[in-house]
Design a protein around this ligand. Structure first.
Ligand SMILES: Nc1ncnc2c1ncn2[C@@H]1O[C@H](COP(=O)(O)OP(=O)(O)OP(=O)(O)O)[C@@H](O)[C@H]1O
Length: 229
């Protein structure tokens, strides 16, 4: 199964073309990095993939949903339910506990049954190695732990695809490495991952396919291998 398919896609910010004629596919269970200089279009591409930016030209589908030409498609919530989205700055709600952060997502995505919801929260926290933090407030956790909670939250609805924008960006090298290992484990269990990163040390340590934004185009190491620089 193909989880991302773009054909001649244009990635735009307002009237400006950020990337043109982007064509690539990511298969179920695949892992790819997204690299490129600052401002080269990594975040814009990810935003297009989760329909935060429209796809004005070309075609695209993500986990089986056609990407909308305008931002107003009623299908966007269904697309987002099948995706896990992870940002650099952790985006937890700091006014409530870890469990309540999770509940917020479960309630917003139609889960019912208190026991079922609690069970799912325990499962995903266990999955990221944080079984005992459900009752804690986010500020009581380290940066690495907060990022694990964000990853746990992204796993609640068993996504086919994780989109991650610089998920190790604000973390110490050791902590970044442990977060990376967690992504590898999640990927080994079958979830596809597309990860924007500037961290070439991590790419060298965990070599995978690389997609590079360069001068308005996306270059794919699976099509034409290149040296990272
Ligand atoms: N909200 C926005 N409105 C208008 N233009 C934007 C917006 N966000 C980004 N851009 C522009 O789009 C281009 C691509 O930016 P983007 O954030 O996608 O790059 P990036 O590769 O993710 O950079 P970084 O590594 O710094 O996160 C840049 O020229 C940027 O100035």
């Amino acid at each position: 199964m193909t989880v991302i398919e773009l054909h001649d896609a244009y990635i735009m910010q307002d009237v400006n073309t950020v990337l043109q004629k982007v064509t690539f596919a990511l298969e179920k269970g695949e892992f790819a990095y997204l690299v490129g200089r600052t401002g080269s279009g990594k975040s814009s591409l990810l935003k297009t993939l989760y329909a935060d930016l429209p796809l004005p030209a070309g075609t695209g589908s993500v986990v089986g949903f056609a990407l909308p030409r305008s931002g107003s498609s009623s299908k966007v919530p269904y697309l987002r339910r099948k995706l896990g989205i992870i940002f650099q700055d952790f985006q937890l709600l700091f006014d409530r506990s870890v469990a309540d952060n999770m509940l917020f997502v479960l309630n917003a995505t139609g889960w019912t049954g208190k026991a079922r919801k609690q069970q799912r929260i325990s499962e995903v926290l266990m999955r990221v190695g944080l079984a005992s933090v459900a009752g804690k407030m986010p500020h009581q956790l380290s940066g690495g732990e907060q990022q694990r909670v964000v990853i746990a939250r992204a796993l609640l609805n068993e996504p086919l695809l994780l989109l991650a924008d610089e998920p190790t960006g604000n973390l110490d090298p050791d902590v970044a490495d442990s977060i990376m290992q967690l992504f590898v484990e999640i990927n080994n269990a079958g979830t596809a991952v597309l990860m924007a990163t500037h961290n070439y040390q991590i790419i060298q340590q965990y070599p995978r396919r690389v997609l590079k934004c360069e001068q308005g185009h996306l270059i794919d190491s699976a099509v034409s291998p290149f040296e990272l620089s």
